[in-house]
Design a protein. Structure first.
Length: 262
């Protein structure tokens, strides 16, 4: 299982949010932030959000939303409108700005006694998308990080291909592998190196000219990227191949870390 793909992202209010508003107007905090379903490239239509008052950080509002749309650009930054800001019983449109929605299905969880007059432009908006269907918001940044938890810390690392698998999402299209390293999360191996390479199954080539090498007694190591084989495209299948393992005592636990850049 691949972790470390962001399932939340940060935005700002693009206009003042008043207590009478039922829509939330927000904008990406920089040119690289986007709100998008990793698998389909569509904007998530359900999730939780929290707004933190720019001028008074103790004032927050939490609420579920049921729809979101792009709403043009502000400069070069993408603008979005949460078209329905609803209480988390999924039925009641939020009336006023309250800060006690607990994301349960109780109709009364939005306490009308906790009223905030307004949130100013620039207030922080944190959004988390429902993840049951692997719908993650991802940040389109110059450097992307993926971690492969290939063996847990109590399990011996063993030689073999496909110890972990990653399918390149749309946002990684055209990126290049820039860094590859690994860490032993349990006990270090003894006698001989443990080596790992990254194989692009789709392109039928290894991506490292020198495999990630973790020496005997060590718990970290890195490899050298093959610049002739570092490109990835949407849908490329990458796998973790463990080429060798310390012959005396095998290491326990292995995380492989990859960074990609444009």
């Amino acid at each position: 299982m691949v972790k470390a793909i962001l399932d939340n992202a940060q935005f700002e209010l693009a206009s003042t949010l008043e207590s009478s508003d039922t829509e939330i107007d927000m904008v990406s905090i920089d040119d690289d932030y986007n709100l998008e379903d990793q698998k389909t490239g569509t904007i998530p239509q359900t999730g939780n959000l929290m707004i933190i008052n720019k001028e008074e950080e103790t004032q927050t509002m939490k609420v579920r939303f049921s729809a979101a749309v792009e709403n043009g650009l502000i400069g070069t930054k993408q603008r979005y409108t949460i078209t329905k800001a609803i209480a988390s019983d999924a039925a009641t449109v939020l009336q006023g700005l309250v800060n006690s929605d607990d994301f349960t299905d109780d109709a009364d969880n939005a306490d009308s006694g906790l009223v905030i007059a307004s949130f100013p432009i620039g207030s922080l908006v944190l959004i988390t998308v429902d993840s049951a269907l692997m719908r993650y918001m991802i940040r389109s940044i110059a450097t992307r990080f993926v971690q492969f938890p290939s063996f847990d810390k109590t399990t011996d690392v063993t030689v073999g291909n496909g110890r972990d698998i990653f399918v390149t999402p749309k946002k990684y299209n055209g990126d290049e592998l820039t860094i590859a390293n690994a860490v032993i999360t349990g006990s270090a191996g003894v006698t001989g190196d443990t080596t790992i390479n990254i194989y692009n199954v789709t392109k039928a080539q290894y991506m490292l000219s020198t495999a990630i090498t973790i020496a005997s007694g060590a718990t970290t190591g890195s490899g050298v990227v093959d610049t002739a084989a570092d490109d990835i495209d949407t849908g490329d299948i990458l796998r973790v191949d463990v080429l060798t393992v310390s012959s005396g005592t095998a290491p326990k636990g292995l995380n492989v870390n990859l960074e990609f850049g444009e």
